[in-house]
Design a protein around this ligand. Structure first.
Ligand code: ADP
Length: 414
């Protein structure tokens, strides 16, 4: 039955895909072509969850003739879900999909600056026929509504996507209230590593995708680029050219790749980091300023000649600003890549399969993209190492966060 409702919801989301993408662009500022991509993944993910609904099974454990032992997988109960403003509808789907597929009920809070797409989609949830009370959505501020979820005595789990600072606070609130289970998807400062033997054209496309996709407002953005010395000058030249020809502007322009930042606050924060980078002595290769007088547009920005202890290398900027450093050996690249409190994603660009697997095994990140970037699939788990989070979303792994195991052991008289 749950699978049927989720499938119906996927059908309705598909029917309403154009308006959902438009709402997302309007509310968040992201380019319409990217918003369509978000909606497409939302539909595929809800469809994937529909398929899981009757496949989350328990097991029988063989413990001898005098016992019959089995393990049930049960839902947790009411799940609280708190989502951010950078991918409002996608995060909505990553939260509600696995919770509903595994038989939980939920209360989801939208982000205060971008509530519209999830509210629109909530009408579709109702139309899909889920029983009343199963799915609940609230809008409100983090400190009031989010806090009420994190501290609630009857909510059994909280799933949160957002900043590391707020995630830490939520975990504390969960611990101090009722020890509700916690999953967190937090910040990042992901390395994107390029070896001498990489395909330059493809790599540059992936660098662009890595940092300018969604105007850089992506937790797994490839914001620290490391280039091997033999290819460094060529990559800087080609990447600069690509950044300068990238179309930035009106999110509803079909040609635009990088739309607006979401808010004035975000714009100010990004430009603040650009100033910090200049003061720290990094070389500004391109960008570094607002585009136009109105709207929250930022020119794609590349800093080179950075030092690893600079704030622009250490801290999450959450905008179209990237740093580029040089390395000589593979070992050095791995060391630099892992020098972060975060561990959400990493990129590797090489045509050598040995290098690819070796580096993939050694970088500390929940997702490693090789010769691709920001590349998602409903069956591939996503989440962080270190201070990038706890738990995984999508894939079969997401279902783990929404069930608990009950062992039933029955004595048998022989
Ligand atoms: P950012 O700092 O990037 O704006 P946040 O991590 O603060 O992102 O916000 C992500 C989500 O967390 C939003 O839905 C926001 O309302 C919520 N939130 C913010 N503060 C709290 C809090 N103290 N308790 C619970 N939720 C919060």
């Amino acid at each position: 039955v749950r699978g049927g409702y989720l499938n119906k919801l996927a059908d309705l989301l598909y029917e309403h895909r154009d308006i959902l993408a438009s709402i997302e662009s309007l509310d968040n500022g992201k380019a319409i072509q990217l918003a369509r991509g978000d909606v497409d993944l939302v539909i595929r993910y809800i469809r994937s969850c529909a398929g899981w609904a009757d496949k989350v099974t328990g097991s029988v454990v063989e413990t001898g003739r005098d016992h019959f032992t089995y393990v049930r997988r049960e839902p947790l109960g009411v799940c609280g879900q708190i989502i951010p403003w950078n991918f409002p509808l996608l995060m909505w789907s990553w939260k509600i999909g696995p919770a509903l597929a595994t038989g939980n009920t939920l209360v989801l809070k939208t982000a205060e600056s971008t509530p519209l797409s999830a509210l629109y989609a909530s009408k579709l949830v109702k139309e899909a026929g889920f029983p009343a009370g199963v799915y609940n959505v609230v809008s409100g501020f983090g400190k009031i509504t989010g806090e009420a979820i994190a501290t609630h005595q009857k909510i059994k789990k909280v799933a949160f996507t957002g900043s590391t600072a707020t995630g830490r606070h939520i975990m504390k609130a969960a611990a101090e209230s009722n020890l509700k289970k916690v999953t967190l998807e937090l910040g990042g400062k992901s390395p994107n590593i390029i070896f001498d033997d990489a395909d330059v054209k493809k790599t540059v496309q992936n660098l662009v995708l890595g940092i300018f996709y969604n105007s850089g407002e992506v937790c797994c953005a490839g914001s620290r680029i490391y280039v091997q010395e033999g290819i460094y000058d060529e990559i800087i030249r080609e990447f600069k050219a690509a950044a300068e020809t990238l179309k930035v502007g009106n999110p509803f322009d079909e040609e635009v790749f990088q739309g607006a930042q979401t808010s004035q606050q975000q714009l100010d924060k990004i430009l603040g980091y650009v100033d910090i980078g200049k003061k720290e002595g990094a070389t500004l290769v391109t960008g570094g300023e607002r585009l136009g007088e109105t709207g929250y547009f930022v020119k794609p920005t590349i800093f080179a000649d950075v030092k690893e202890d600079m704030r622009i290398v250490k801290e999450e900027i959450f905008g179209p600003v990237v740093t580029v450093s040089k390395f000589s050996t593979k070992e050095e690249a791995i060391k630099l890549a892992n020098d972060s409190e975060y561990g959400l994603a990493a990129g590797i660009h090489t045509t050598n399969v040995n290098t690819a697997h070796d580096v993939a095994a050694q970088v500390r990140a929940g997702t490693v993209w090789v010769n691709t970037y920001n590349d998602f699939h409903p069956m591939v788990p996503f989440g962080g190492y270190g201070q990038s989070g706890i738990g995984r979303e999508m894939g079969v792994e997401a279902l783990e966060n929404y069930t608990q195991y009950k062992a039933v052991r029955m004595g048998i008289t022989i």
